[in-house]
Design a protein around this ligand. Structure first.
Ligand code: ATP
Ligand code: MG
Length: 255
């Protein structure tokens, strides 16, 4: 196994980070893999997407990051995915960035806390916010892999370049183990020329880093939050669900 702790990251919003995180976890769970999901985005979409309410008063990632006395174990809850647990986002997560800003260990808090639980799971999946804030830095500082969902539009390529530069900076500053596990084309529009062009440009520039599996655009995906479970669970035979299962297979082959 190459990667154990994997961040789903892209500073661009709405590119499919959370959807990919939750459905890849759902598809891997079907194959008997165990996963710890960590919601590092105060929007709480991952938390909601696996059946919990980020507005609840239950302890969550905000507590782990803000309070030294709270252990990671205390914020782990069962999720709607059979083999996956969730460390949920909660309201306090939005206060973390400002409150840990002055602490010398601010970049490595997640790394230190995650240590006690990460070996209980085959994979730890961290859903990052659409920003380069301390929550993202904490996530990348403790990950050995990063999965980058990207939509095939021309601007996405420029954004990807910036992201790769920042990943390099983090690698040198905090975490030499960090590698690109793969780039996933998401919400792909089969009927547009521009999407095809951008996809071939992606392959040309980043070659083997780009997964062969492509996740197509479908309105069915947007229902996910209503069902509060991954699409691979509520629309099992939909082409997008099948694609996420293919992605899981490709992921395991590469790992
Ligand atoms: N393959 C797809 N086809 C159609 N819509 C999709 C697809 N994948 C994701 N979406 C929709 O696009 C929106 C953004 O997806 P998602 O929340 O996964 O992105 P994100 O990168 O996590 O966003 P954020 O940056 O806000 O955290 C959601 O409404 C989701 O349902
Ligand atoms: Mg998200």
């Amino acid at each position: 196994m190459k990667h154990h702790v994997i961040s789903f990251a892209n500073q661009k919003g709405g590119v499919g980070k959370t959807t990919t995180c939750v459905n890849l976890a759902g598809a891997l769970s079907e194959k008997g893999k165990t996963i710890l999901l960590v919601d590092m985005d105060y929007q709480g979409n991952l938390t909601l997407g696996v059946g919990l309410d980020p507005g609840d008063s239950r302890p969550g990632m905000g507590d782990v990051l803000l309070y030294p006395e709270v252990s990671f174990r205390e914020v782990i809850h069962p999720s709607v995915i059979p083999n996956a647990d969730i460390a949920p986002a909660n309201l306090d997560l939005s206060k973390v960035d400002i409150n840990i800003d002055k602490r010398p260990e601010r970049h490595g808090i997640l790394h230190d806390k995650l240590h006690e639980v990460k070996d209980n799971y085959d994979y730890v999946f961290i859903d990052c916010p659409p920003a380069f804030n301390l929550l993202t830095v904490n996530s990348l500082s403790t990950s050995d892999g990063i999965i980058i969902p990207i939509q095939c539009y021309p601007y996405s390529l420029a954004g990807l370049n910036t992201l790769l530069e920042i990943i390099d900076d983090i690698r040198y500053a905090y975490n030499f183990d960090l590698e690109i596990a793969g780039i996933v084309p998401t919400a792909y529009e089969t009927n547009t020329r521009i999407a095809a062009d951008v996809l071939s440009e992606l392959h040309e520039r980043y070659g083997g880093k780009v997964y062969d599996t492509i996740i197509r655009k479908s309105v069915k995906v947007a229902e996910g939050p209503l069902h509060r479970k991954p699409m691979v669970m509520y629309a099992r035979s939909h082409p997008v669900s099948q694609a996420y299962r293919e992605l899981a297979e490709e992921f395991l082959r590469r790992e």
